[in-house]
Write a protein that binds this ligand. Structure first.
Ligand code: ATP
Ligand code: MG
Length: 394
């Protein structure tokens, strides 16, 4: 295969005994996001190499920018470890930078890992820099403040590359267990899913909808959000659960000010039951402390008490502005802010209880008739949709 990308990893290098597991997972994830195109991924001394053929750089770049575990990546050219071959590739990189209009000041930086070679780092940089300078008119050598750098690495082969793109960091998805994301149509929960995937967790997702009170468009919106986060999460399975009967029964049975709390608890219980069957070991929500009445510490204590699984809330200490920045960065924001109601806003009370008493609220739950059967029934009606990680080339 003719095209080579050099991939740099971060936190994985700190792993000791199980580093191999993380590395294998990263390899699989890179191959998976580029499927069905044939690729080869290898790793040697802390560097990963992706080989592919005939894929444009922008496409490969957009895929690699979404694979957690990667801290940087660059199109790279391999060649023999001798001066003429290195010069040829260095000229190629130089020309690309000039064509991209990033300036004319440059330098060469060499990392010689193979100590048997005749020149040292400085020797290679000076020699190749001199040759490039001579061949391309208008270039200026500036080692202090260059517009761009030609990197040479001399390992088992020679590698020449230019600008390194920043990767998303984190740990490879599927290396950190599996969780069930409660995905609503809002801004927060897709970001929460993204952040847990960044720590290596793979995700299922569940959305509770309330037809006919919520429109088919709000269901489509959540599917779109699942599709948007799927490249980051290495693919995602979304379950949509009809919640109307549960919601109506709650609204009929409890004080208006606690309806949201109980519907949140009902969602958590269904999500937990589904999680158990799919071997998801945690629930994930987009809650942030005190954002709304159902997210005060008292309310969260009640929601937590309704389930046994750990509940991960990666946004708990974040400002909305910080969440919005991430939402925009992952291109979820425009979809999240489409104006379709989710079930909660329609059934929300005017004066929710912001400081619910735990015991009292738990007792109130027990008074709701037929809830276990309604929760079980809702779960059986779940529909399943899978969104793969890859976006195929047009
Ligand atoms: P978001 O932007 O994620 O909708 P929000 O600020 O609107 O969050 P709430 O509506 O109170 O907050 O929901 C808090 C969390 O509960 C959500 O982040 C999500 O994890 C979960 N949740 C709420 N509604 C639903 C739903 N209909 N289906 C699945 N999960 C939900
Ligand atoms: Mg919401």
């Amino acid at each position: 295969m003719s095209d080579l990308y050099l991939i740099k990893i971060g936190e994985i290098t700190l792993k000791k005994g199980n580093r191999g597991l993380f590395e294998r997972q990263l390899k699989n994830n890179i191959k998976k996001i580029l499927r069905p195109y044939p690729t080869r991924v290898t790793n040697r001394s802390g560097r990963f190499y992706l080989e592919c053929e005939g894929l444009d750089e922008e496409y490969v770049s957009s895929c690699l920018s979404k694979v957690f575990g990667i801290v940087g990546y660059t199109r790279s050219y391999s060649c023999a470890k001798e001066l003429d071959a290195l010069e040829e590739k260095a000229l190629l990189v130089a020309q690309q930078n000039i064509d991209a209009g990033v300036g004319m000041k440059f330098k060469v930086e060499t990392r010689r890992v193979d100590k048997s070679l005749p020149l040292d780092n400085y020797g290679y940089s000076a020699e190749i820099g001199g040759r490039v300078f001579e061949k391309i008119p208008g270039l200026i050598v500036d080692v202090k403040n260059p517009d761009w750098i030609i990197h040479i690495e001399l390992r088992e082969k020679g590698y020449v590359y230019g600008f390194t793109h920043k990767g998303p960091g984190g740990l490879p998805v599927h290396s950190g267990g599996k969780g069930m994301l409660l995905l609503s149509g809002g801004i927060d929960s897709p970001v929460a899913g993204y952040l847990m995937a960044k720590r290596g967790m793979s995700l299922d997702a569940v959305y509770f909808h309330t037809p006919p009170y919520t429109s088919p468009e709000s269901l489509e919106k959540v599917k779109d959000l699942a599709r948007i986060i799927a490249p980051w999460t290495g693919g995602i399975t979304l379950y949509t659960v009809p919640f109307t009967d549960v919601q109506v029964q709650i609204n009929r049975s409890v004080r208006p000010e606690t309806t949201t709390l109980h519907s949140r608890a009902a969602m958590m219980k269904i999500a937990q039951s589904m999680a158990h069957k799919r071997k998801d070991l945690a629930l994930i929500t987009g809650e942030a402390l005190s954002q709304v009445a159902s997210q005060t510490v008292e309310s969260l204590a009640y929601t937590n008490s309704s389930v046994d699984l750990p509940v991960f809330r990666p946004l708990i200490g974040m400002d909305k502005e910080e969440t919005i920045l991430i939402s925009r960065r992952i291109e979820a924001f425009d979809t999240s802010t489409q104006p379709y109601d989710d079930c909660c806003s329609l059934f929300s009370p005017d004066h929710p209880d912001v400081r619910p008493d735990l015991k009292k609220t738990q007792s109130e739950w027990e008074t709701i008739e037929g809830m276990d059967a309604l929760l079980a029934e809702a779960e059986t009606q779940a529909e399943k949709f899978y969104f793969p990680p890859q976006r195929l080339k047009e």
